[in-house]
Design a protein around this ligand. Structure first.
Ligand SMILES: [Zn+2]
Length: 89
């Protein structure tokens, strides 16, 4: 077996279980998005694959395959923010 000095067997098993659960969770999130998304297309700004889910308020919201709102994790998120009046520096 492994001679890893940092983990005993129980810890190694717990870590493996946690990683497997994380993978299961990611798979379920993706399946849920594939079932609920009204549209799928890449982000116009950063080309990440997006799943567009309609919320109860009628708004279509983009999610990445890991279930994160893309308005939060898009590197170009500032482009999507509605301008709140002109701010001149
Ligand atoms: Zn993006």
């Amino acid at each position: 077996m492994s001679g890893n000095p940092f983990f005993d067997t129980a810890q190694a098993q717990a870590l493996e279980d946690a990683l497997r659960q994380r993978d299961d969770c990611a798979t379920r999130i993706r399946e849920l998005l594939e079932r609920t998304a009204e549209a799928r297309r890449p982000c116009k700004a950063c080309s990440t694959e997006l799943f567009f889910v309609r919320h109860a308020n009628g708004k279509l919201t983009p999610y990445t395959s890991d279930g994160v709102n893309h308005f939060v994790n898009c590197p170009e998120a500032a482009r999507f923010k509605k301008p709140k009046g002109a701010t001149t520096a």
